[in-house]
Design a protein around this ligand. Structure first.
Ligand code: S3P
Length: 438
């Protein structure tokens, strides 16, 4: 696919798909609750469809009623059944790691696998804490999938201090703790997205959050009776980031993005763009399904380089590739600090982001775990062919860069965009972008 500079500014309303993190969790908790949960606005991207299929394989009745409108008839905590076959989670690390938590605390045998990207990603970060609850794991060298799990029907509640800031690891432990008698405790030195905590409460679990002076402490009381609940999934701020940055970069643009999730543990990008000179207006703030939501309005702005502290990384961990594109079009140097975790995303995203920019005439460097971008203003030279490495966010970031480049920007593979943002090019072209098959 190729993306080029549009003749006019972007305009219109961008309705981005539902939040990926919340969609996975809604299907999983719906399957562990008693009764029928209704989910609206579910992201129907491939990652989430893998979770839907897995919950079916574990015995839940998962049905699609209409666009984004799903029902899950759950089996209750402790009630899932052994899957007859391997569970293939495709490209989704969130699906694989959260599911490992559920599988570990039920007396069943299961095998998780995924595509070539997911099979390269580390699973030991969930195996280590979950083994302490009594489950047994076998994986390939380096803790890579396929991963066999012999779950336990008598899971112990564990206390675990997260060695890496990861909402997936935290969530896997909490999900395992549902079927363990007693208090499961997770300590996180740096706060990560708290959708699991919010949604567990929404389904009736008792979850407390406190601060012990060294970070956030989450405690879950085991063996709750989860009751079915309705979930309205907000628009994904990580998906909104792409049209939003596109509108900032293309002159004369003005777009709105209704119903975007504004959980404060997800909004690091919006804060950073504001520091760079973007005027993002948030209107109609409300709470929907236990999560803050609002409508965003954004117009073209001249951006300047910034220094982004490592402590902000968990609140914008998926947004670095598109932020790097914004920084390439800004004036001045941007330093993005503390990006070690990007090396274990769908691709080595630190290297892939640097290559994306370098291949399109932007001066960029990696120093230890920092990415340094020397912005010279928009348009950037462009003209590159970006290797997306099975990574949806690298693909979309490259296509947005093309909108602000003198020569078109091409990507080698647009298929993985379907994992999180079905209809991305169609939505962007509806705003006036020029993205087309090569
Ligand atoms: C997610 C957590 C993050 C994020 C991923 C979704 C989640 O991963 O990158 O896209 O839904 O919990 P880590 O837990 O590896 O940081």
């Amino acid at each position: 696919m190729v993306s080029r500079r549009p003749a006019r500014g972007l305009a219109g309303v961008a309705r981005v798909p539902g939040d990926k993190s919340i969609s996975h969790r809604a299907l999983m908790l719906g399957a562990l609750a008693l009764g029928e949960s209704r989910i609206t606005g579910l992201l129907e991207g491939e990652d989430v469809l893998r979770t839907a299929a897995a919950m079916r394989a574990l015995g839940a009745a998962v049905t699609r009623e209409g666009d984004g409108d799903w029902r899950v008839a759950g089996r209750g905590v402790g009630g899932i059944v052994e899957p007859e076959d391997v569970l293939d989670m495709g490209n989704s690390g969130t699906a694989a790691r959260l599911l490992a938590g559920i599988l570990a605390s039920h007396p069943i045998f299961s095998v998780l696998t995924g595509d070539a990207s997911l099979r390269r990603r580390p699973m030991r970060r969930v195996m280590t804490p979950l083994a302490a609850s009594g489950a047994t794991f076998s994986a390939r060298a380096g803790g890579r999938m396929p991963l066999a799990i012999a779950g336990t029907g008598a899971a112990l509640p564990i206390t675990y201090r997260l060695p890496v800031a990861s909402a997936q690891v935290k969530s896997a432990i909490l999900l395992a703790g549902l079927n363990a008698r007693g208090i499961t405790r997770v300590e996180e030195p740096v706060a990560t997205r708290d959708h699991s905590e919010n949604m567990l409460r929404h389904f009736g679990a008792s979850v407390s959050v406190s601060d012990d002076g060294e970070g956030r402490v989450i405690e879950l009381a085991g063996l709750p009776e989860l009751r079915c609940a309705d979930i309205a999934v907000p628009g994904d701020p990580s998906s909104a980031a792409f049209p939003l940055v596109a509108a900032l970069l293309v002159p004369d643009s003005a777009i709105t993005l209704p119903g975007i999730g504004l959980n404060p543990l997800r909004t690091g990008l919006f804060a950073t763009l504001a520091e760079m000179g973007a005027g993002i207006v948030i209107e109609n703030r409300r709470i929907s399904g236990g999560e803050p939501v609002g409508d965003l309005a954004v117009r073209h702005a001249a951006l300047r380089g910034v220094d982004v502290p490592a402590a902000r990384a968990p609140s914008m961990i998926d947004e670095y590739p598109i932020l790097a594109v914004a920084a390439a079009c800004a004036r001045g140097t941007t330093r993005l600090r503390g990006l070690a975790e990007l090396r274990v995303k769908e691709s080595d995203r630190l290297a892939a982001t640097a290559a994306l920019l370098a291949g399109n005439g932007v001066r960029v460097a990696i120093e230890d775990d920092d990415l340094i971008i020397h912005g010279a203003g928009a348009p950037t030279p462009g003209g590159g062919m970006v290797a997306t490495g099975m990574d949806h966010r690298i693909a979309m970031s490259a296509l947005v860069l093309g909108l602000a480049s003198v020569a078109p920007v091409a990507i080698d593979d647009a298929r993985f965009i379907e994992t999180s943002f079905p209809g991305f090019a169609h939505l962007m072209n509806g705003l006036g972008a020029a993205m087309a098959p090569a």
